[in-house]
Design a binder for this molecule. Structure first.
Ligand SMILES: [Zn+2]
Length: 280
């Protein structure tokens, strides 16, 4: 029986803002339930390229998704495709570019917004296409998918922090408040997910700069949080996980054999020996 995994990608949330504004997540750290790392995102610090990086463990310069305008299916193996191959179930409440990378391109809202098709790479999805689609609604979408389909892997991907950053910039009360708001929303779900035994990763694709954009190499646009919650994580704060290791780490948690993706050594503990036979 593998671990179930929830990956929360907070679009456009940089490390400093996560550290200062995610109050409930920081409370979990204080309780010893979460560990936070400063992660360097891959380049360019753009959304679609880094969705592909997070979900396939490959860099944009290698996977070819080098800007947001490239609308084609991924040609890499992903958490979704590897899980499907292994007979596992996946679901995503995510921006429609995720549907375009792994299910169908172009995204057609009337067909794809609500996806329920076991023949697809992501069989169960709630995909949205308005950047201001409320985080509160997105989290309800994710929770519906979790309750209805009990997926082994669930992607949760809200967009409001990024959207606010594009309108007001990184050093704005609006941007910081959007992170605080998200934290409050997330606090309605995390305790349930933790109690249910999920292994949870909270991270971001990229950060945000004062020019109301991202894409380059400034620390505020490339440093993102990487937060681990769950008993399968070592919680060794001395490690420096790479963004390209997220895919492999999740494959390990899902006990997908021979995934050939990079991992951060020491990030996970060994799985407990289940069904151990006692000879005493
Ligand atoms: Zn953005």
């Amino acid at each position: 029986m593998a671990n179930k995994v929830i990956l929360v990608v907070l679009d456009g949330l940089n490390y400093q803002t996560a550290n200062e504004c995610l109050g409930f997540v920081q409370a979990l750290r204080k309780e010893g339930q979460a560990t936070q790392y400063r992660m360097q995102c891959e380049l360019p610090s753009m959304s679609r390229p880094l969705y592909e990086t997070i979900l396939t463990g490959t860099r944009p310069a290698v996977n070819g998704i080098v800007n947001n305008q490239i609308t084609r299916l991924s040609n890499q193996t992903s958490i979704f495709s590897l899980a499907k191959q292994a007979g596992l179930t996946t679901a995503a409440a995510a921006y429609h570019w995720v549907s375009e990378l792994y299910n169908r391109t172009p995204y057609e809202p009337r067909r794809d917004r609500f996806t329920h098709d076991p023949s697809l790479t992501i069989p169960y999805g709630c995909f949205y296409h308005a950047d201001h689609y409320p985080d509160s609604h997105l989290l309800i979408d994710a929770e519906m998918l979790r309750r209805r389909h009990d997926p082994d892997f669930l992607l949760v991907h809200p967009m409001n922090i990024d959207d606010t950053g594009h309108r007001h910039g990184v050093d704005s009360s609006n941007y910081r408040n959007s992170a605080r708001h998200l934290d409050g929303e997330l606090s309605n779900y995390l305790p349930t997910w933790i109690a249910a035994g999920y292994q949870i990763i909270i991270t971001a694709d990229h950060g945000m700069n004062a020019d109301r954009s991202h894409g380059g190499i400034l620390p505020e646009e490339t440093e993102v949080p990487f937060i681990t919650i769950g008993e399968r994580f070592s919680h060794d704060s001395a490690l420096t996980p790479a963004q390209t290791d997220i895919c492999g780490t999740i494959c390990e948690l899902l006990e997908i054999a021979q995934h050939s993706k990079p991992v951060t050594q020491g990030l996970l503990t060994l799985p407990e020996v289940r069904h151990a036979v006692s000879y005493l």
